[in-house]
Design a protein. Structure first.
Length: 268
């Protein structure tokens, strides 16, 4: 009964968030940094906006050199809010065929497949991207996953994911543990994505450097800032103002270590 009352109480909150993302968000294209419009539309999805903008901004910088993009693990279809499919040939591969069917844009090629065994020939794509997927790949398969991304790209691999590092500059696991503990205390259940991060094991910066020799790896998402807005995003109605709170009080600190995640760019 308590769960039913909770669901009824949050219906307006969920409808507002759905309307902002699905009806307004798709017209923005997010070609610029986090502005006031994004602060409203993505108020309950700052984390999702940040990782996709970070990756697609790099894709846009390549200009006309990039035509064919592979998004590995992108069944949410969020990439379409950042890259115009009329300008790029976009292929999305994911194990979740149910989510893939929800992507209605007919210009997008959707393929059910495993990132550890991609169903493509060598050098099939100009750039291969993977946005917060590697942390869901079990440790023993991460090397194979990364090798497949390298194999099917002609030019670049771009990855965004939470990570750890031996020098403490990246502390994804610590922040994930703190967030999961808070979520369990407040909602009396696990947050499944974070739990999967910790079960699979976050990648380490040192391992990424080994798997992608010469790659550029930069810190993203200050861990303390990430924790603050992630907690707010979980609370109905509070999350409607989280974007403005982030824009006004947190965004200037977001480029400082310690980081929750990293952006990695590798050139073949």
């Amino acid at each position: 009964m308590e769960n039913l009352i909770s669901k009824i109480f949050t219906i307006p909150d969920r409808l507002i968030n759905f309307f902002l993302r699905r009806w307004i968000g798709k017209f923005i294209r997010n070609n610029h940094s986090f502005g006031w419009l994004q602060a409203i539309v993505y108020s309950g999805a700052i984390d999702e906006w940040q990782r996709h903008f970070t990756v697609t901004e790099k894709v846009r910088r390549y200009g006309k050199l990039i035509k064919h993009i592979l998004d590995v693990g992108g069944a949410s279809g969020t990439i379409l809010e950042f890259l115009n499919p009329s300008k790029y040939k976009i292929t999305i591969v994911d194990t979740n065929d149910k989510s893939l069917t929800k992507i209605k844009d007919k210009r997008i090629q959707k393929i059910k497949g495993n990132g550890c065994d991609l169903p493509f020939e060598d050098n099939s794509f100009d750039v291969v991207i993977s946005v917060d997927t590697l942390e869901h790949v079990p440790d023993f398969e991460k090397k194979k996953f990364c090798s497949e991304l390298k194999r099917v790209t002609r030019k670049n691999v771009i990855i965004h994911c939470p990570v750890d590092s031996s020098d403490g500059k990246f502390q994804g696991t610590n922040y994930d543990k703190e967030f999961l503990g808070w979520y369990r205390k407040v909602f009396r259940k696990d947050e499944k994505n974070t739990l999967e991060h910790l079960s699979s094991g976050l990648p380490k910066v040192e391992d990424l450097s080994s798997l992608f020799p010469g790659a550029l790896i930069v810190g993203k998402q200050n861990g303390d800032v990430w924790l603050k807005y992630m907690k707010q995003e979980m609370i109905p109605y509070v999350r409607l103002a989280t974007g403005l709170f982030y824009k006004l009080f947190l965004s200037k600190k977001d480029d400082l270590p310690p980081y929750h995640a990293c952006l990695m760019i590798w050139e073949k």
